[in-house]
Design a protein around this ligand. Structure first.
Ligand SMILES: [Zn+2]
Length: 325
């Protein structure tokens, strides 16, 4: 998991463009609505729906459910067909569809409009999956010889509060988390994350879990996830479990082998030796030496630039090759 600092200028600009481009679009759709209740509710809360921070989003959702408790029942129960009150289904399936018509995430993902998921991804400029830091999720937008814009690839956007249960939040800036398809679709099960039990990339600066390793009974390495710091309710560890980091990272055990080999061969002086090697020719910073040695970033702020940065930093500290600051 990577903390996204919303105080960074480019993130502030991304938020501003998100609001500026989507507000008029959604206002047009609100004006066309035949549901006076939703029309009034979404119009009144539009600014906060688009730009509200996660806690604000929870409040808006609650406000809606306080006014229409049966709608909350519908969203909770709609997949369970048995024993489901038919009247609630008939009335509130229409509410659900109407919200999705106004807050149309699918239209946002098409490649045609002047502001879409590609543009948001480009503005956020986050290079690896915010959740797992295993896969590159770079955005590639090119122009062909005729000057036509070709949108090739981008991260998927995970709805941290799932759209099926929170249709109002389908286009909320702080609910759109750039991530890989594995974390977004394959791993997200029916369990819903909550701010009390899980960490949110725009909220939680301290990521209080650490990758660790151990030798198992048959002499092979395996990953473990450790709780560190002051983590009330183990929110970081819950999140690591939610995304099955321990299991998924098992595919990267060869990385531990390599790091242990370095430790055994150079008895902890690997980085100093490298630095000496480059002395005189091209003075490199410690950060550059680290990147040359391990192919990843050492600074937590830059983990998103290279896959596996967090895991390698944690394991290197455990091996004593680098020092925990
Ligand atoms: Zn991922």
């Amino acid at each position: 998991m990577q903390f996204i600092d919303s105080e960074q200028i480019h993130i502030k600009n991304a938020l501003e463009e998100h609001k500026k481009k989507l507000s008029p679009l959604l206002t047009g759709k609100i004006n066309e609505s035949k549901n006076p209740f939703l029309q009034k509710f979404i119009r009144k809360n539009l600014h906060e729906i688009l730009t509200g921070e996660p806690l604000v989003l929870v409040k808006i959702q609650k406000k809606l459910f306080d006014l229409k408790p049966d709608f909350e029942t519908y969203l909770k129960e709609k997949r369970k067909t048995k024993h489901f009150n038919n009247r609630i289904r008939i009335v509130y399936s229409k509410y659900f569809e109407e919200i999705l018509r106004i807050i149309d995430y699918n239209a946002f993902t098409t490649r045609n409009s002047n502001y879409d998921a590609y543009k948001l991804a480009q503005n956020l400029n986050i290079n690896t999956c915010v959740y797992c830091n295993r896969l590159y999720t770079k955005t590639v937008i090119n122009k062909n010889n005729d000057g036509e814009v070709i949108k090739l690839t981008r991260p998927t956007f995970d709805h941290w509060f799932p759209q099926s249960k929170n249709p109002l939040l389908g286009l909320s800036f702080y609910n759109l988390i750039p991530s890989c398809t594995v974390c977004n679709s394959s791993l997200k099960s029916s369990i819903v994350m909550t701010l009390d039990e899980h960490i949110h990339p725009y909220v939680d600066k301290d990521i209080n879990f650490q990758f660790s390793y151990k030798l198992n009974a048959i002499g092979k390495y395996e990953f473990a996830i450790k709780n560190v710091g002051d983590d009330k309710n183990s929110r970081s560890k819950n999140t690591a479990n939610f995304f099955k980091f321990k299991e998924i990272y098992e595919t990267h055990l060869d990385e531990i082998d390599d790091l242990v080999k370095i430790k055994n061969a150079y008895s902890l002086t690997y980085l100093t030796n490298l630095k000496d090697f480059f002395k005189g020719t091209n003075q490199l910073t410690n950060e550059q030496i680290y990147r040359l040695a391990f192919g990843t970033e050492i600074s937590e702020k830059k983990f998103e630039k290279r896959p596996l940065s967090r895991m390698k930093r944690d394991i290197l500290i455990e091996l004593g090759i680098i020092i925990n600051k």
